[in-house]
Design a protein around this ligand. Structure first.
Ligand SMILES: [Zn+2]
Length: 286
């Protein structure tokens, strides 16, 4: 992802780049924390990313789609308007947006729908109407919800979206790569306490998904090292892994980690997946 002049902490930049690079950007994002201005800036940036027509790093900031997006004048980026003095998003407007979301974009490859200050403007009823669409999102749609505190939104909405918290680096995932290495190292040491401690850190959906993704890459690198090829990344952990594990164990661990990712995507809580992962790794390696 291209960040142009957007001010953003490194942890969030890394997380967004990794989602973009891996084609894993979700259909719904919640931007919370920090000031309203900073939430709006990130929201506008992600909307431009979604419509940019560059083949390189997006948003390029130069193409017509980007220019219109940054001018808030792109026909595929829709800001929910709200009604009345408080600009509440009423059920009727949400239903209209859901209808519109099934129509193909005008100029870009994606459509973006933005709901601002959702903890004030999106009632529980409206959230439940929106939820059905977040559960089965139409193709090529990005929903962005901004709010002061994501915890004020329904748990069901949060579980269908990735939360980008501008205020607290830990909540957006801390350091998934370091955590992945910690989990694998304690697994190799056969230290139950250490393994429990490290998998216990998997307490949030986004962090868990990113960590599991890193674990799979590290296991693949280990398997690669064992087959006599030099791994491209993660050399240290790859060597440690290949000294201790058999090929069958590598394959089983990759399977287990993929199943854990699937469980998260099926909405099993991160805590439960962490506990399950701990017991499965123990069974496979010890
Ligand atoms: Zn562009």
């Amino acid at each position: 992802m291209n960040f142009l002049d957007l001010q953003l902490n490194t942890s969030l930049k890394n997380s967004l780049s990794s989602l973009d690079k891996g084609n894993r950007m979700p259909h719904a994002l919640i931007i919370s924390g920090d000031s309203k201005e900073n939430r709006e800036a990130l929201c506008g940036h992600l909307a431009a990313w979604a419509v940019c027509s560059s083949d390189g790093d997006r948003p390029c900031g130069k193409c017509k789609n980007c220019k219109n997006a940054f001018d808030k004048a792109h026909s595929d980026i829709y800001f929910a308007k709200g009604s009345g003095k408080t600009k509440i998003y009423k059920a009727e407007e949400i239903r209209e947006i859901i209808r519109d979301a099934s129509i193909k974009p005008n100029q870009a490859d994606r459509k973006v729908y933005i709901f601002e200050e959702c903890d004030k403007k999106l009632s529980e009823i409206s959230q439940n109407i929106l939820l059905k669409t977040l559960e089965e999102p139409p193709q090529d749609i990005l929903f962005i919800l901004t709010c002061e505190n994501a915890k004020n939104l329904l748990e069901t909405i949060r579980s269908r979206a990735v939360t980008l918290n501008l205020g607290d680096e830990r909540e957006v995932g801390g350091k998934p790569k370091e955590l992945a290495e910690e989990i694998l190292t304690s697994m190799l040491l056969s230290s139950e306490i250490e393994l429990m401690k490290s998998t216990y850190m998997l307490n949030e959906r986004f962090l868990t998904l990113e960590t599991l993704y890193s674990i799979v890459i590290m296991l693949r690198d280990g398997l690669c090292a064992q087959s006599g090829f030099a791994p491209e990344n993660n050399t240290d952990i790859a060597e440690k892994l290949c000294r201790k594990l058999t090929k069958a164990q590598f394959l089983e661990l990759i399977d287990i980690t993929n199943s854990a990712q699937l469980k998260i995507n099926q909405n099993v809580s991160a805590e439960l997946v962490g506990t399950w992962l701990c017991s499965q790794y123990r069974k496979t390696v010890w």
